[in-house]
Design a protein around this ligand. Structure first.
Ligand code: ATP
Length: 575
């Protein structure tokens, strides 16, 4: 496929406001792609060169891109900056200034050159990157330049999520029934390009043969929630009850000496945890293994856990070694997914856990998470109180006979968290789909409130649940405005369902956590709307923290969860 052709698809995707049309356009695109190029087409459409777990960043700032455009179009940088100031979009700027016809390059060629830009590092790499990108821009047309420039800055704004790709892939084969098999393969390898390539090369039979592989992160299992220990026992019977640690979820992949770690969002986080890497090498008694657990700062002197605010300092590029000395981490291992050639994901939890325990040689960094087995609600309640007192988030109860449910949230794992009086017992993660400029003093920042939505898995859409106007500082509002304007789109995104008209619509991309007093029924929001047009809304929502960089849009809470929480809240009120 020619890159120009792909760009024409991008244009069509950008124009549509209809969800089904979006799937159709994507399906048509995938149908036209060959097995050799489909992976690249998928990565590019999602604004990346490789799945996030590779940790590859293109590393071009606006400033560098301006230089590349200036060089490619033979225009002084000052003029490029002027045009940019006018449009506010470096894509438009590149399109306006690059007027050549281009060589009608194949997608694979453009991809290869972009990959070269990304992979150039080390001394003198900045100049080299600018040179490579400018060479690429010299060979493309105005339209192509526009999308290349946007891509390079991570602002393609197409908002194509992973489930969207899966659905469109099945559609492209003319058979929606293929979706579960595609999804299963994706859950095991987290690489949509690889799944699609396998589908085209080896048909769906090849996709069905996918298995766990060390080095490819497995999409993580998540918890459902219930409001009381009684209901937990009622639901799953005798259960393993564990402390719920408030740190970073880490999936460790050990392949002999080679050790990698991945975050909840399947990004590579190996550099953040040098001491865990060493301990894995020395104390995990298997040649190859995939282990999951929670990493958090631990006070050696008092034996207490530090709050998340301390642990989160690890999220930085430099000075990790010093930080590791000041706040060493503990890794509480809670699951085993693979060991020495054996896929443990289909095995019951009790068996995985047993093997996990035997795998860990005693050391000071990695230890199994706290766990006991019970069928008595009173035991859970007591342990829960103690856990909260010790600064833990609550408890997680696990079904003893359940397999590891990659990529899904179900009652195999149930969390029980502290409940605040008069407030919802859990925070809610919403995806920002637009914003309102605000009135009065708020108008100063340009953002008065965000329009937040929850995820509807059935339709792959985001349905609004709340306007969030408090909880951010002045600086945060200013920063939000800047970040949101970069992903602004001229109309409601096709994956967004809303009756409210935002002042500015954005690509569904950022997630923010909010607390609220309660969930109410409301006609102004589309989450869980019934025939009468009444949906659900958050009462008195307040943002906690800034944007959740560890969450993808689809990791926002789901419509189903909002309805469940609404029901639970009613029960609690009655009792
Ligand atoms: P939250 O916002 O409450 O952290 P979440 O949506 O990120 O929720 P949940 O499904 O609520 O995730 O809770 C699962 C998370 O709890 C895991 O991703 C993991 O990081 C953390 N966790 C802490 N202790 C445990 C444990 N013992 N077993 C499983 N997960 C645990």
């Amino acid at each position: 496929m020619r890159f120009l052709r792909l760009v024409e698809y991008f244009e069509r995707l950008e124009e549509t406001t209809k969800r089904l049309e979006m799937f159709d356009i994507l399906a048509e695109l995938f149908k036209e792609a060959s097995a050799k190029e489909i992976d690249k087409i998928i990565y590019l459409s999602q604004g990346q060169l490789l799945p996030p777990f590779h940790g590859l960043e293109i590393g071009m700032s606006e400033k560098l891109l301006i230089r590349a455009i200036s060089d490619a179009s033979n225009t002084p940088t000052k003029k490029v900056e002027d045009v940019f100031r006018r449009s506010g979009d470096l894509g438009e700027t590149a399109g306006e200034l690059i007027k050549t016809k281009g060589h009608n390059l194949p997608v694979e060629q453009v991809y290869k050159e972009l990959l070269m830009v990304a992979e150039t590092s080390g001394a003198g790499s900045v100049e080299k990157k600018v040179g490579l990108l400018s060479a690429l821009l010299k060979g493309v047309s105005s339209k192509e330049a526009k999308y290349i420039a946007r891509f390079v800055l991570g602002r393609l704004r197409l908002g194509i999520g992973d489930p969207t790709v899966l659905e469109a892939l099945a559609l492209s084969q003319g058979d929606r029934a293929l979706r579960p098999a595609l999804e299963r393969a994706y859950n095991l390898c987290s690489d949509l390009g690889l799944v699609a390539k396998t589908l085209l090369k080896d048909t769906i039979e090849g996709v069905k043969r996918f298995h766990v592989k060390v080095g490819y992160p497995i999409r993580m299992a998540l918890c459902e929630r219930l409001p009381s220990s009684e209901e937990i026992i009622q639901k799953i019977g005798k259960a393993a009850v564990e402390a719920k640690y408030d740190g970073f979820r880490v999936q460790i992949h050990k392949d002999k000496e080679h050790i990698e770690m991945f975050s909840r969002n399947l990004e590579r986080t190996t550099h953040m945890f040098p001491e865990i890497r060493e301990a894995t090498r020395d104390f995990i008694q298997a040649e190859t293994a995939i282990i999951e657990g929670e990493a958090l700062a631990y006070n050696e002197a008092t034996g207490e856990l530090f709050p998340f605010q301390i642990t989160i300092q690890r999220k930085r590029k430099h000075g990790i070694e010093e930080l590791a000395k000041e706040y060493p981490l503990r890794f509480f291992a809670f699951d085993l997914l693979y060991a020495d050639g054996e896929d443990y994901t289909p095995r019951p939890f009790s068996e995985r856990r047993e093997r996990l325990k035997r795998l860990i040689k005693k050391n000071t960094v990695i230890e199994p998470s706290e766990l006991f087995i019970t069928d008595r609600p009173a035991d859970i309640a007591k342990y829960f109180e103690e856990a909260v007192e010790r600064g833990l988030e609550g408890v997680v109860a696990k079904r003893l006979d359940a397999p590891y449910a990659a990529g899904s949230r179900n009652f195999n794992w149930i969390k029980l968290k502290r409940s605040y009086r008069g407030e919802l017992s859990d925070t809610i993660d919403v995806c920002i789909v637009g914003y309102f400029r605000g009135k009065g003093s708020r108008a100063r920042f340009g953002v008065g409130a965000l329009l937040g939505a929850v995820y509807d898995e059935k339709t792959d859409t985001f349905r609004t649940v709340s306007k969030v106007g408090s909880g951010f500082s002045e600086e945060e509002f200013t920063e939000l405005k800047m970040m949101l304007d970069r992903i602004a789109i001229p109309h409601r995104h096709p994956r967004v369902d809303s009756v409210m008209e935002a002042d500015v619509w954005v690509e569904p991309r950022y997630v923010v956590t909010v607390t609220a007093d309660e969930i109410t029924r409301s006609p102004t929001h589309t989450a869980g709307r019934d025939k009468e047009g009444v949906g659900y809304a958050l009462r008195f929502p307040r943002a906690v923290g800034f944007l959740r960089e560890d969450k993808k849009p689809e990791d926002a809470n789901s419509v189903k969860e909002i309805i469940e929480m609404f029901e639970q809240q009613r029960k609690v009120k009655v009792s």
